[in-house]
Design a protein around this ligand. Structure first.
Ligand SMILES: Cc1cc2nc3c(=O)[nH]c(=O)nc-3n(C[C@H](O)[C@H](O)[C@H](O)COP(=O)(O)OP(=O)(O)OC[C@H]3O[C@@H](n4cnc5c(N)ncnc54)[C@H](O)[C@@H]3O)c2cc1C
Length: 373
């Protein structure tokens, strides 16, 4: 998301006199918020993907290759396609999934964190006729703090629609003390109440340790177990190897950046989005979410364009963001936050979930896929 926005904005601001390159190992862009709708059967892959080769129409040179190394001292990026030199580099490599970090996870756990996994989950849900669904978050950090909760609420609706909700028992587990803790107790308790109102049991402070596939049982660090018939869990995340090997990261493996300008310790090297680590005033971290990757990309692209072409004031990322929360029944909620405020300000936009916010999310999906391609 961040790379796509940054490349678009740079190309638009700088025109043909400068070269903007987007390096990406995939050939297609996938709109991740719609993975949940894929799971529900409300979208097909073609509706939420776009060929990255279309970016050449926007004067963006798309290099389809894997980044193998970043050498900031020599302003060099090594890829499987070619080696590239740069005047400015924006690292927007996101977070990688490492299901293998939890013993047994890959054999049993479904998830919505890739397009392929969302489709596989959808197929397997179709033949599920009842039993216990253990659903939740394996480890922290993970991208999109709302996504696993939305998945649970949507699946509650899915089984109601199929007329077998009474045969399905949901157990939601997470290492978090309450849903989306960075959004504060008002949002967290509201989501917890939404889960409980739908008969979804909630197990906070439960970090997944292992999955026993033959026994169909998950174990948590604090020593408790849950038996399951169907397992859905956010896989563990880590930063891409190349950013660690380039010496850009902190002890946790993420890239620390200036929270307003997104610069790293190299003046010509920026990092945005999920790959970064931005500490908030109380020690909590800025969540990994596309809304921030997007806003950061606009700031960095603007400032690079000012450096190169002059004109205009430099901008700063203000830590503001918003989040739609799908709740099933064609309804959603919306929360917005000022994450750099001290104390943080998070507003729930309306007292009730409503069709309007679900419609808002649909319009946003359409807008996004039109805007950047
Ligand atoms: C189910 C789901 C729902 C979500 N819903 C929302 C939502 O509603 N709102 C929201 O704000 N966020 C949402 N997100 C989170 C959002 O998708 C991410 O936070 C966002 O994509 C981060 O943008 P990014 O640019 O940092 O990384 P990404 O968008 O992940 O992009 C990183 C790119 O780098 C590429 N890459 C990685 N390593 C290499 C390499 N070595 N060489 C070449 N290419 C490489 C990857 O293929 C990837 O395309 C959701 C995520 C999921 C999984």
């Amino acid at each position: 998301m961040g790379g796509l926005v940054a490349a678009n904005m740079l190309s638009k601001k700088l025109g043909k006199r400068h070269e903007v390159m987007l390096v990406e190992k995939k050939t297609k862009y996938e709109f991740t918020p719609s993975y949940l709708w894929l799971m529900m059967g409300w979208r097909e892959p073609l509706q939420i993907t776009r060929n990255l080769s279309l970016l050449t129409n926007k004067d963006i040179a798309y290099v389809n290759g894997e980044v193998l190394g970043i050498d900031p001292s020599n302003r060099l990026v090594k890829t499987t396609t070619k080696n590239l030199t740069y005047d400015y580099l924006i690292v927007a490599l996101g977070a990688e999934l490492v299901p293998e970090a939890i013993p047994g996870f890959s054999e049993s756990a479904h998830h919505t964190y890739t397009l392929e996994a969302s489709m596989k989950l959808r197929e397997n849900l179709r033949t599920f006729s009842g039993g216990t669904i253990a659903i939740g978050v394996s480890t922290l950090p993970f991208k999109c703090p709302a996504a696993p909760y939305e998945a649970a609420l949507l699946l509650d609706y899915y089984f109601r629609e199929r007329g077998i909700r009474d045969k399905v028992n949901f157990q939601f587990f997470t290492p978090e003390p309450l849903p989306m803790p960075v959004a504060g107790p008002a949002v967290g308790n509201r989501i917890r109440r939404m889960l409980e109102a739908r008969g979804i049991d909630f197990y906070p402070n439960s970090k997944l340790l292992s999955v026993d596939s033959p026994q169909k049982e998950i174990s948590f660090e604090k020593g408790e177990n849950i038996k399951f018939d169907f397992l859905i869990a956010v896989p563990p995340h880590k930063s891409p190897n190349v950013v660690r090997e380039a010496g850009l990261t902190n002890e946790a493996g993420w890239i620390p950046v200036d929270k307003k300008t997104l610069t790293t310790r190299y003046d010509d090297l920026y990092a945005i989005g999920d790959v970064t680590a931005i500490k908030l005033f109380d020690g909590m971290m800025l969540p990994k979410a596309g809304v921030f990757a997007h806003a950061q990309a606009e700031v960095v692209a603007h400032n690079i364009a000012v450096d190169i072409a002059g004109g205009g004031e430099r901008k700063e990322f203000d830590g503001k963001g918003y989040c739609f929360i799908e709740a099933g029944s064609g309804k959603a909620g919306l929360a917005s936050g000022e994450f750099y405020a001290e104390p943080r300000v998070v507003n729930i936009k309306s007292p009730k979930i409503s069709r309007i916010w679900h419609l808002g999310k649909i319009l946003f999906e359409k807008y996004w896929l039109w805007r950047w391609f």
